[in-house]
Ligand binder design. Structure first.
Ligand code: TRP
Length: 368
């Protein structure tokens, strides 16, 4: 039996269905950029989940074809360093499909049916009685995404929690059935509630392309400013002197996600920290526009280097494809190794199993 030493390996990814926005950034991307400089991690794999995106976009592969590049550009723009992380394309690693197929035997239809994220997605897409089988199985495929790389740390948003739970159930089932080959993974959630579920600029539950309420990492400075100026705040805060409310106030949720004390020193020295500003706002006496302009300065400071790096990579598309090629090659090397371990543990590696062949030979041609 093969025992693999437990390493700290990050595996995470995104579906390439559109450009990435600031919700992706605080939800997971910012974390990945920090972690790439943490020497305690042995390897980092960032996956562009095009095969998963196909499970609900089967009739529109062109969307993914364009967005694989857009997402890669956003990754590089956000500061992921191709010297430190492997960025790869899911569909180019066939070992993932193989592992997912074996995993399908280790869970049940009713188990996947109870997955709250899948439930919501089925409703949102109006699948109801016509759920594509591939879509239904994507949580199992996601378990393969993580374990093929022996991923032990998965930085993702809260909505991915049921996927990690299922992954660990499958890992335990696999290990107890076939032997200890796979590792359980741990979810790494964003720092606070605001980062976990960044609302759209309209204050609606979640930033989402279909609601048109996103600030994209690639939005030009003027667009960012316009979007922030028209953000949803507190509809009862009509005059500056009125007391303001923080609950559901998107500007303050964004400040929770992006603002640090040093931003006050730099852009609004009347306050020492966000709590002081919040206290004043709730007492009354601060206009929304002032808060928005402060938020805007913070966002532009964060987004400007991202836009600059994106601009650089946009002028170097062939290199971007080289980065994807190299990352995918590294992912395949790891994938082939794990699949060999998996097949050996499952004892389906007949062609390489000399002992099996010898025993069978002896059954028919006893040597003694
Ligand atoms: N389900 C993730 C999303 O919708 C994308 C994804 C696919 C993923 N495979 C993964 C995330 C493995 C973490 C680990 O964003």
């Amino acid at each position: 039996m093969i025992m693999i030493e437990k390493k700290k390996i990050i595996l995470t990814g995104d579906r390439p269905t559109g450009r990435l926005h600031i919700g992706h950034y605080v939800g997971s991307l910012r974390r990945r950029v920090e972690l790439q400089n943490d020497p305690s991690f042995d390897k980092i794999f960032i996956m562009i989940a095009d095969a998963q995106a196909l499970t609900d976009n089967a009739d529109n592969p062109e969307k993914l074809r364009q967005n694989v590049l857009e997402v890669t550009l956003d990754y590089l723009a956000a500061g992921l360093d191709p010297g430190k992380v492997n960025i790869f394309i899911q569909s180019a690693v066939p070992e993932l499909t193989e592992l997912a197929f074996y995993f399908m035997n280790l869970t049940t239809v009713s188990r996947v049916q109870r997955n709250p994220t899948v439930k919501t997605e089925i409703q949102m897409r109006n699948f109801e009685a016509n759920i594509p089988l591939g879509f239904f199985c994507y949580p199992v495929s996601q378990a393969a995404d993580i374990t093929l790389f022996h991923g032990t740390v998965v930085p993702v948003g809260e909505d991915q929690k049921p996927m990690i739970e299922l992954t660990n159930e499958i890992v335990r089932r696999f290990n107890s059935t076939y032997g200890e080959v796979l590792h359980e993974a741990q979810i790494l959630l964003p720092d606070n509630q605001a980062c976990m579920r960044l609302p759209g600029t309209d204050g609606k539950a979640k930033m989402s392309k279909s609601l048109g309420n996103c600030i994209y990492l690639s939005d030009p400075a003027e667009v960012v400013e316009k979007k922030i100026k028209s953000m949803y705040t507190d509809p009862t805060h009509l005059r500056v002197t009125d007391p303001g409310h923080l609950e559901g106030n998107a500007v303050f949720t964004y400040l929770d996600a992006f603002c640090r004390d040093e931003h006050f020193a730099k852009y609004w020295p009347e306050y020492n920290n966000l709590q002081e500003l919040k206290d004043h706002y709730t007492r009354g006496g601060i206009g929304d526009m002032k808060c928005k302009m402060f938020l805007c300065k913070i966002m532009q400071e964060m987004l400007e280097p991202i836009r600059e790096r994106r601009h650089y990579w946009e002028q170097h598309i062939p290199e971007v494809y080289d980065i994807l090629r190299k990352g995918t090659e590294a992912a395949r090397t790891q994938g082939r190794q794990t699949i060999e371990e998996v097949r050996a543990a499952m004892r389906i590696n007949y062609l390489d199993d000399k002992e099996l062949q010898k025993a069978q030979m002896e059954k028919y041609y006893p040597t003694e």
